[in-house]
Write a protein that binds this ligand. Structure first.
Ligand SMILES: Nc1ncnc2c1ncn2[C@@H]1O[C@H](COP(=O)(O)OP(=O)(O)OP(=O)(O)O)[C@@H](O)[C@H]1O
Ligand SMILES: [Mg+2]
Length: 445
């Protein structure tokens, strides 16, 4: 450049940025500015050199933040997109599940067709499981927390794990006998374990070992220096080690991304689901891997000092019936028909409204008591919450049960009065709806 400048060439770039090595061995960024001048009658160059290492660092940091922002925006829009799909799927699954259940009840266990119907029912439940998995990824659903012992959890799913791993992989358990309890959603924790185990299996096509270890750990400043993402305090750690192919270092920070996969026929949702679930439980997951030797995932969950409750509240052993009048509002015909059908079966007097206008008309002119209104939250026109407020003008004592295919924690957005509402998540089982209706009707205001 200098030579070309000295030869009098015009329009050459004046500034240059270079990365050089300082004599002490560390890299430094400099910027040179070269100006052609006349020096004692000859053409010469005047050169300035400036240390721009700090500026370069700031630029790189800025770039990194930009990329992070774009990434998080991308995740957010994927999240919104998936939330929409979840809503539609829940609406589709609700009548399939309900009518299948009703059909089984109608034809009886002994009819050979009931086997077909049960297959449909279990397929729907599988689809629901899939939807829940998507939900966990969207972080839209609060986990159903119960006090759990991780050792028991692992023992409980040992058979499933063995079947998943296959004959060539040895399952080794090293469970700490005095393991503390955690507060977690058991179905989600199972999903975490099975996803990690499935990956381990794929990493050991020729067999090997899958080692699950539990221990109590204290997260202290030392730990936090190495990993962030946790608060100080007591945790239960579950580590999963395989003797598989390992993860190449350049992929290590990508494996938790949704849709990242190195497998031909996979969706790449496994670890991103795991990550979403663990974060929802205020925990953390780390990964250590050596190529050719194997991989260890460590899941940390906050430890709690609580005892395990024995009976699960979800068990419903009697069908809840009644004879009250119930107004059902849903613009989705299949769901409306399903609820009407269930209500009739349980002995209630159902009234049906497919639009908010019809509902208001009934509220105003129906000449007997309406005890309960079951309404979808999102309805065309004025929407559920406004409709309910208007119905209450005519019938201040009416009880209200909202239902939605959207998760409960999004209801505020739709104007549901937070202090006083009852809610049922679609898709529901007949037993659950029946129990909920009875519960709302029996509540004293
Ligand atoms: N134990 C492991 N050993 C080696 N590589 C792993 C291991 N666990 C995950 N990986 C790598 O991380 C990638 C992402 O894993 P993830 O579970 O998210 O998706 P997947 O297994 O490819 O697909 P899916 O779980 O949806 O079927 C895998 O494709 C694989 O390359
Ligand atoms: Mg996987």
């Amino acid at each position: 450049l200098y030579t070309r400048m000295l030869k009098g060439e015009k329009d050459l770039p004046e500034r240059h940025q270079l990365r050089i090595i300082h004599k002490e061995g560390y890299p430094v960024w400099i910027e040179t500015t070269t100006v052609p001048i006349n020096w004692q009658g000859k053409i010469a160059t005047l050169n300035f050199i400036r240390d721009i290492t700090e500026i370069k660092k700031a630029e790189e940091e800025n770039q990194r933040l930009q990329e992070q922002l774009i990434q998080s925006q991308k995740m957010e829009s994927i999240g919104r997109f998936i939330a929409g799909i979840i809503h539609d799927l829940n609406n589709i699954l609700t009548p399939i599940k309900g009518f299948t259940q009703l059909s089984i009840a109608r034809i009886g266990e002994h009819d050979p067709v009931s086997v077909y119907l049960k297959t449909i029912f279990s397929s729907v439940e599988k689809a629901e499981g899939f939807v829940k998995q998507l939900l966990a990824f969207c972080k839209k659903q609060k986990p159903k927390l119960e006090v759990l012992n991780m050792n028991d959890m692992i023992e409980n799913i040992e058979d499933t794990l063995k079947r998943l791993l296959g004959e060539d992989i040895l399952l080794v358990k090293k469970l700490s006998p005095d393991i503390g309890t955690v507060e977690a959603d058991s179905s989600q924790i199972i999903r975490v374990i099975l996803n990690i185990a499935a990956n381990a299996r794929d990493a050991m096509p020729l067999g090997g070992q899958f080692i699950i270890e539990t221990s109590n750990v204290e997260i202290d400043d030392e730990y936090l220096k190495k990993y962030n993402g946790l608060k100080k305090g007591p945790y239960v750690m579950i580590s999963f080690t395989d003797t598989g192919v390992g993860i190449p270092p350049n992929l290590a920070d990508k494996i938790f991304n949704p849709f990242f996969t190195t497998k031909e026929y996979s969706t790449g949702m496994g670890l991103s689901t795991v990550y979403g679930i663990v974060k929802q439980h205020k925990g953390n997951i780390t990964v250590h891997s050596e190529k050719g030797k194997g991989t260890t995932f460590r899941v940390y969950l906050p430890r709690v000092d609580k005892k395990i409750e024995k009976e699960s509240a979800e068990k419903i052993d009697k069908i809840y019936t009644g004879n009250e009048t119930v107004l059902v509002i849903d613009d989705d015909e299949n769901i409306r028909k399903l609820i009407i059908e269930i209500l009739k079966k349980l002995g209630y007097k159902p009234l049906e409204a497919m639009t908010t206008d019809i509902a208001l008309f009934l509220a105003q002119f129906y000449n007997k008591t309406i005890h309960l209104v079951i309404s979808d939250v999102v309805l065309p026109g004025i929407g559920g919450p406004v409709l309910i407020r208007r119905i209450k003008k005519y019938r201040p004592n009416i009880k209200v049960l909202y239902m939605s295919a959207f998760p409960e924690n999004t209801l505020k957005k739709y104007g549901v009065d937070e202090n006083s509402y009852n809610f049922i998540q679609k898709p529901f089982t007949i037993e659950y709806l029946a129990k909920k209706i009875r519960e709302v009707l029996d509540k004293c205001r």
